[in-house]
Design a protein around this ligand. Sequence first.
Ligand SMILES: CC(C)(COP(=O)(O)OP(=O)(O)OC[C@H]1O[C@@H](n2cnc3c(N)ncnc32)[C@H](O)[C@@H]1OP(=O)(O)O)[C@@H](O)C(=O)NCCC(=O)NCCS
Length: 300
Amino acid sequence: MAHTVRAAQWLTGSAAGLAEAAEVATAALTLDTAEAAGLIGYLSRPPAGRKWTALTTDGGVVMVSMSTKDTDAATDDGAPAGHIDLLAVHPSAQGQGRGRALVRAAEEWLAGQGARQARFAGNTPCYAWPGIDVRYTAAACLAERLGYERYSVAWNMTADLSVDLSVEDDVERLARHGVTVRAAGDDRARVTAFVREHFNDSWAWEAAHAAGVHYGERDGRVLGFAAWGARPAWFGPTGTAPDARGLGLGRVLLRRCLADQRAAGQAEAQIGWVGPLRFYSRAVGARAERVFWLYRRDLA
Ligand SMILES: CC(C)(COP(=O)(O)OP(=O)(O)OC[C@H]1O[C@@H](n2cnc3c(N)ncnc32)[C@H](O)[C@@H]1OP(=O)(O)O)[C@@H](O)C(=O)NCCC(=O)NCCS
């Protein structure tokens, strides 16, 4: 059966269309039920300059965007890649060709924007998942059926927030080294500048848009930061300046963010797109859990 796929009405301001897409996403994304609707809103507010769109069919939605980073180039000559950021078909409408039609329409849109490759891979800094959660097995089957190559793997860790997250001893020890730890408030831009200088623009965007940020400083200089709720409900990013590593600052910043997430009502936190397995395992007993396959396909 042919399915008509068109630009989502809500791109032109229809609240009804947005509510429908949110309902489809909430029903289909069974591993992300609580966040699914919010993810559509999140992906709709990407960094300035990102080209993106949303396409819908009766009972299905796909959100798609172009890479803006040179490091994401699809080819050696710098041609850009595109991303399928969110794909969902209502369970009552699955298995009838909508998923396939949405992916093909997404590829067509991407090719029209100059993309040489389509990816099921997080378009940092504003992404829903690093790739396809392996437990969304139908989605992985769909990608493989449509000629996508599995080219990388990523994972999240899960932190149980009922554990002891106290930091008093560590904070005292840091104070003896002249390091103060605090929550960012009106001074958020200062932390964002640190993130841009020591890490990258992607992380700086996340630090600027996070629900909460904690940082450490010494003699008026920011030494490290941690953020949560940039990608809704997840922890990250975090980083300590190279010359301040080994003091235990990262552990304190992590625990303070997780305590915020607990106070916000979360029982668990996803540490997104990890990174240092051992650090999170030792600092808060986090376990590797969600595994994502990253897929790509060259466009003609
Ligand atoms: C993945 C999803 C979008 C597919 O939508 P759909 O409309 O059911 O897919 P289609 O009917 O177009 O099927 C296309 C292909 O998908 C795969 N597929 C669909 N349902 C499947 C199932 N139950 N098991 C395995 N593969 C399945 C198949 O490869 C199928 O083609 P084939 O039968 O020729 O092999 C849908 O199952 C869904 O919304 N899942 C939950 C959300 C999700 O996983 N999103 C991706 C998150 S990254």
